[in-house]
Structures are given as C-alpha cells and as structure tokens.
Ligand binder design. Structure first.
Ligand SMILES: [Zn+2]
Length: 127
C-alpha cells in the first residue's frame, strides 16, 4: 500500500487528483488488475473512493495517511543522500525499500537532527 500512497500523493502534487489503475500499474510496475485490486482494498480501508473507469480519490483520512507516508519516505531519502552521498534517484530507490519498516522513533530522530525542508529531488517534505 505504501507504493500506491506515494504515487497517489505525487500525482496530487502534480495536479492530478484522480489516479487510475493504469497510471499506478505503470508507475509501480505491477499489472493493471493488481493495481485495481489494491485501489478497491484502499477504499475498503477507508482511505478514499474508487470510481470505476476513472480512478481513486483520497478522502481526508487517506490524504493524511499519504502525507505521513511521504514524509517518512522523503526524510529517509534525504538521510540516505546525506550519509552515503547517494544521487537523488538512488536515494529514492533505496528509501522505497525500507520506508515502510522504519520505526517512528528513527524518523523523528532524522527530522530532529537534520531538519530537512526538501528531499534530494527538491520536493517539499510534508509536515
Ligand atoms: Zn523518493
């Protein structure tokens, strides 16, 4: 679900409020039916609404969750870029692998120590 939330959040940032399974399948590298299935699941979990033939729209709770997930991801990729001098793309890729598992305490420590405003690609870190 993390990958989906991040892609939906990015789409929002880019002015795309409704995100369909085709878009997500391409962005995440899964089949369209897998993406469709996940969006239906996310609707059941109370994160938004899936409109057939259109796509997924986050509700307030979903947006809050997506913001939280993106914050973790961007703090981690900023941290990886600082510590290992990873280029932005590599930092993002490595953060994708661990952001779902990092503990809240670690995330808070990174934020306190570095106080990042933007991720290595220059996107704002949601508060
Ligand atoms: Zn990233």
């Amino acid at each position: 679900m993390y990958r989906y939330m991040k892609e939906i959040y990015r789409a929002h940032e880019n002015g795309l409020p409704v995100v369909g399974p085709t878009y997500l399948a391409r962005a995440i590298g899964v089949s369209k039916s897998t993406a469709h299935h996940m969006l239906k699941n996310m609707e059941r979990m109370g994160f938004g609404r899936y409109i057939e033939r259109k796509g997924f729209v986050l509700n307030e709770r979903g947006m809050e969750e997506a913001r939280k997930i993106m914050r973790r991801h961007r703090l981690l990729e900023s941290f990886l870029a600082t510590i290992f001098s990873f280029p932005p793309e590599k930092a993002c890729m490595e953060a994708d692998k661990i952001d779902a598992y990092a503990g809240d305490e670690l995330i808070e420590m990174i934020e306190e120590k570095y106080n990042y405003e933007c991720c290595p690609c220059g996107n704002e870190i949601p508060k």
